[in-house]
Design a protein around this ligand. Structure first.
Ligand code: BG6
Length: 475
């Protein structure tokens, strides 16, 4: 492992900050997501309904606690912390001419605090947080007006915060929305709420195209400011395996992997792959793409690939095989993989899948890879002496780091860093729960927002501290 390997944690603004209307912030899409459970989906409401509970409104109140939270992360030895900048703090409606100074001030203060402890921010520009006004007024990213709104926001962020870091990411898990049948994904990725007469896939591809163009303009702008700024794309890595050696199963898995890679293909290579163009042609989709868009894509290719890794899926082409379609992170053709354990939320645990994915993706692109999210969601118990014993989380992280190290040291894949998702407990994205915890730091808060908000170190806190100190030698 290189000495400058980036060990640390990852968070998003909407899952930790709270203060959802403070200091001029506008309503963002996450503010209208109700709480769900492992089995009940979160609802998307069109306004704040008094009879519903919205967990992101308060989240873990990082907005008022960031100083002490960063101090704890510094104690763990974090080299970096991935955070997002909530678009609606900087441009509350998204279409204003001037940014909200109070929003900028908050992030300046946050990054100054991190600097004090030598923690480098890894900045995500869009992590499921677009101003809701852009959804109401323009229909979200289906409307190409969002390109200019977003690029303006991104430029303001780069101008103000490039002094703190050279690592940037554009759209978090941009490929989630490929699963158009789960309303959560198109909504959180692109502010898409489908109408009855929408062809969902066509609308999704249009929104994604607009995001690709915006992303490429951001890359170009960042490079014009400073050639050393590194802008990455961000995809959810979730390999698909064939259920059997039957070529039908292999083809099914290959197709799904291909579609997953489509999102990085365009951002890495700057052009559309043939299979997508063929699909559009065959299905008669009309995607508005200008010559200038194509030139932008070509001139704004990303510098590295950021990705999250949690699980793999196994798919079958056999209609008689029982489908498990968890709806969360799986395609409708997902079947049980008897070789893998699952967590309570149905997510498989597959460390070797991480090594497989790293190899596949490096073979395809030869770009540096950055694992910007990995972790285990689990229910933790606070003991009467305020301890949290989480060997299950330590084992999960350890097993994944071991496979990542094999990819680096045996296979020669250049991985530049490893970040633990939700390094401090936060609101779950898919379920809105607090009880689906990923943190190395526990937050005393329950699924209805009750609790002292006090922070406690879990056993995994000291374990990860040693991992960082020994640069991954002692696991
Ligand atoms: C990724 C997201 O999907 O996985 C995070 O980038 C999210 O925002 C994480 O929290 C884990 O998902 P969940 O639903 O368990 O919180």
């Amino acid at each position: 492992m290189e000495n400058n390997f980036l060990w640390g944690g990852a968070l998003s603004a909407n899952q930790v900050e709270g203060a959802y209307l403070e200091d001029g912030k506008g309503l963002d899409i996450s503010d209208l997501l109700t709480a769900g459970t492992a089995t009940t989906k979160r609802k998307i409401t069109t306004s704040v309904n008094e009879n519903e509970y919205y967990p992101n409104h308060k989240a873990i109140d990082f907005y008022h606690n960031y100083k002490s939270d960063i101090k704890l992360m510094a104690k763990m030895g974090f080299k970096c912390l991935r955070v997002s900048i909530n678009w609606s703090r900087i441009f509350p409606h998204g279409d204003e001419n001037e940014p909200n100074e109070q929003g900028l001030k908050f992030y300046h203060n946050l990054f100054e605090t991190m600097k004090q402890y030598n923690i480098k921010p890894i900045i995500t520009l869009s992590h499921f947080e677009m101003p809701y006004y852009l959804v109401e007024k323009f229909g979200g990213w289906r409307n190409r007006k969002c390109i200019a709104f977003f690029v303006k926001f991104a430029k303001v962020c780069l101008d103000n915060f490039m002094q703190y870091t050279n690592y940037w990411l554009t759209f978090n898990e941009i490929n989630n929305q490929y699963l158009v049948e789960n309303p959560l994904f198109p909504y959180t990725n692109s502010g898409l709420i489908f109408n009855a007469n929408d062809n969902k896939r066509e609308v999704m591809f249009q929104a994604v195209h607009n995001e690709f163009v915006a992303g490429s303009q951001v890359v170009k702008y960042a490079h014009s400011l400073n050639a050393n700024l590194k802008v990455g794309c961000m995809v959810a890595a979730s390999p698909y395996y064939a259920n059997t050696p039957n070529p039908e199963d292999i083809l099914k898995a290959q197709k799904l992997n291909q579609y997953q890679m489509f999102f990085s293909d365009v951002q890495v290579r700057g052009k559309y792959p043939n299979f997508i163009l063929k699909e559009w042609q065959e299905k008669g989709y009309h995607i508005e793409i200008t010559d200038k868009d194509l030139a932008d894509l070509n001139h704004g290719c990303v510098d590295y690939i950021g990705f999250s890794y949690y699980l793999s899926s196994t798919v079958s082409a056999d209609p008689n095989r029982k489908r498990i379609g968890s709806g969360n992170a799986a395609s409708e053709d997902t079947v049980v993989n008897p070789y893998l354990q699952k967590n309570k939320w149905g997510w498989t645990v597959d460390p070797i899948g991480l090594r497989i994915w790293l190899n596949q993706v490096y073979d395809r692109y030869q770009l540096p890879l950055f694992l910007v999210e990995n972790g285990l969601g689990a229910e933790d118990k606070l003991t009467s002496d305020y301890k949290i014993h989480d060997p299950y989380r330590i084992n999960y992280l350890k097993d994944h780091i071991i496979e990542m190290k094999k990819a680096i040291e045996i296979d020669g894949v250049p991985v530049i860093g490893y970040l633990v998702w939700g390094c401090i407990d936060c609101i779950s994205f898919t379920t809105g729960q607090m009880s689906k915890r990923y943190g190395l730091i526990y937050v005393d808060l329950d699924d209805r927002g009750k609790g002292t908000l006090k922070r406690y170190k879990k056993d995994s806190f000291d374990w990860f501290k040693t991992v960082i100190k020994t640069n991954g030698k002692k696991l």
